[in-house]
Design a protein around this ligand. Structure first.
Ligand code: 5GP
Ligand code: ZN
Length: 112
C-alpha cells in the first residue's frame, strides 16, 4: 500500500532490524523501544488492524501469535511477555498496518 511505512519495510525499501520471518509475517525491532525487548510482528500483506486481518485470514492471526512466541523465546524473556495490538488512534495506533507489539525484559504492570 502506498505511503505505508510497514509495507515499505516488508518490501525492503526502508531498513528494518528483522529478527524473525515466516511465510505471512516478519518481525523487526521497534525504532523507539519501550521495553528491553520490543519487537513488532507485522503481516506481509497490508491490513489496517487485527480485526480486519482476523476477518480476512484468521490463520494469519495465529501466525502472528506463533511468531510472537518464537521471538519471546529467542529474546530470552521466558514466559513473561506481552502481545499488544493497539487498534484505532484513540487506543494509540499510529501505524495503520496491523502489528503486534512483543514486549518483555522488564516487569510489565497489570492492565487491570
Ligand atoms: P502503534 O502506535 O501503531 O501501536 O505502533 C507503531 C510502532 O511503530 C511504534 O512503537 C513506533 O515506535 C514504531 N515505528 C514507527 N515507525 C517505525 C519505523 O520506521 N521503523 C520501526 N522499526 N518502527 C517504527
Ligand atoms: Zn502497509
Amino acid at each position: 500500500m502506498a505511503d505505508c511505512i510497514f509495507c515499505a519495510i516488508v518490501a525492503g525499501e526502508i531498513p528494518g532490524d528483522v529478527v524473525h520471518e515466516s511465510a505471512g509475517v516478519i518481525a523487526f525491532r521497534d525504532i523507539s523501544p519501550s521495553a528491553p525487548t520490543h519487537v513488532l510482528v507485522v503481516t506481509r500483506e497490508h491490513f489496517r488492524n487485527v480485526a480486519e486481518v482476523a476477518v480476512a485470514d484468521p490463520s494469519l492471526v495465529g501466525e502472528i501469535a506463533a511468531v510472537a512466541g518464537a521471538v519471546a523465546a529467542a529474546e530470552g524473556v521466558g514466559d513473561d511477555w506481552r502481545l499488544v495490538f493497539n487498534t484505532g488512534a484513540g487506543a494509540g495506533q499510529t501505524v495503520f498496518h496491523v502489528h503486534g507489539h512483543v514486549l518483555g525484559g522488564r516487569p510489565l504492570r497489570s492492565l487491570g
